[in-house]
Design a binder for this molecule. Structure first.
Ligand SMILES: NC(=O)c1ccc[n+]([C@@H]2O[C@H](COP(=O)([O-])OP(=O)(O)OC[C@H]3O[C@@H](n4cnc5c(N)ncnc54)[C@H](O)[C@@H]3O)[C@@H](O)[C@H]2O)c1
Length: 272
């Protein structure tokens, strides 16, 4: 059921790779709620062509390539979005992450720092880059809303999350620091949503992901939040119903983050 929560709003969605992507579900939900969209991803990801299906399902939304590590490509994306929308956007979703060290199975204690720089650039500094360009180009309307997706490993240790934990900590810090600046300038709010483990291309790249996902399921009183649940939550954050929420890391994880132990886990331990 749609509530028209985003009627008349315009948004830019980063990171829909395929129909498993959290950004894909968020784009679908935003469109269903009345938003007009621009979709973007790295040129190499667009070559797979999947995103055209999403664009079609979202009212023939334009797809504009941009590698998030390139200022020029991001500037072009924002310029084209301003032209397409006939003015600034009302919301932006950052749903981007990548770790070369994880891909190469480099342990946290033997990182390749060239890869680490790339990881931080793509997964965290890109958020600052997008916000800084939007700030300078006046590409977000007053009371606009920006959301980036994060994971609890930015705050607590999950060893297999490797260097992405550091990237998420930086992402969450940028959210607070830029959230302050953009609130003062234009009442734009900036938050991260800390999502349950979710089966996607990036998610499945985490070592031992199956164990990870079932542990979280047992440790969450409501169970793991799905990508569809995440999409619903993001819609509320892009809507006018959450105008005073900014600079927050918002857990969207079925209660996992505040659970010490559950009956299910205790029973499992006792069996052993
Ligand atoms: N899947 C999970 O368990 C989970 C949990 C919490 C948070 N998250 C976060 O959600 C976000 C989306 O990930 P997902 O799980 O939907 O996986 P995904 O693989 O579908 O999405 C990751 C996206 O990042 C894009 N990307 C990578 N490098 C890029 C670059 N240089 N320029 C532009 N885009 C680039 C990819 O093309 C892809 O679309 C990530 O920030 C991830 O860390 C995921």
């Amino acid at each position: 059921m749609a509530y028209n929560l985003l009627k008349g709003k315009k948004g830019i969605i980063f990171g829909a790779l395929n129909d498993q992507s959290i950004a894909w579900k968020i784009a679908e939900k935003c469109y269903e709620e009345g938003a007009q969209l621009v979709l973007t991803n790295a040129p190499i990801a667009l070559r797979m062509g999947e995103i055209n299906k999403l664009a079609e399902a979202c009212g023939n939304a334009p797809v504009i390539p941009a590698d998030v590590t390139s200022n020029d490509e991001l500037k072009n994306l924002l310029q084209k979005s301003l032209e397409h929308f006939g003015g600034p956007a009302d919301f932006i979703l950052h749903s981007v992450g990548m770790s070369m060290n994880m891909r190469k199975n480099n342990h946290y204690t033997s990182l390749n720092y060239d890869f680490t720089h790339k990881t931080l650039d793509i997964s965290a500094i890109s958020f600052h880059r997008i916000l800084q360009l939007a700030y300078q180009m006046d590409a977000i309307n007053d009371w606009g809303s920006v959301v980036a997706l994060t994971y609890i490993a930015g705050q607590r240790v999950f060893p297999d999350y490797n260097e992405m934990a550091d990237a998420k900590a930086l992402l969450e810090s940028i959210t607070r620091s830029f959230g302050y600046q953009y609130a003062i300038k234009k009442k734009v709010r900036i938050n991260t949503v800390s999502q349950s483990p979710t089966r996607t291309t990036a998610g499945s790249g985490v070592k031992g992901f199956d164990g990870f996902i079932s542990f979280a399921e047992r440790m969450s009183p409501l169970g793991n939040a799905t990508a569809e649940d995440c999409a619903n939550y993001c819609v509320t954050l892009f809507s006018d119903l959450t105008r005073m929420v900014t600079m927050q890391n918002l857990f969207h994880d079925g209660g996992f983050s505040f659970t010490g132990v559950t009956q299910q886990v205790m029973e499992q331990m006792e069996k052993q």
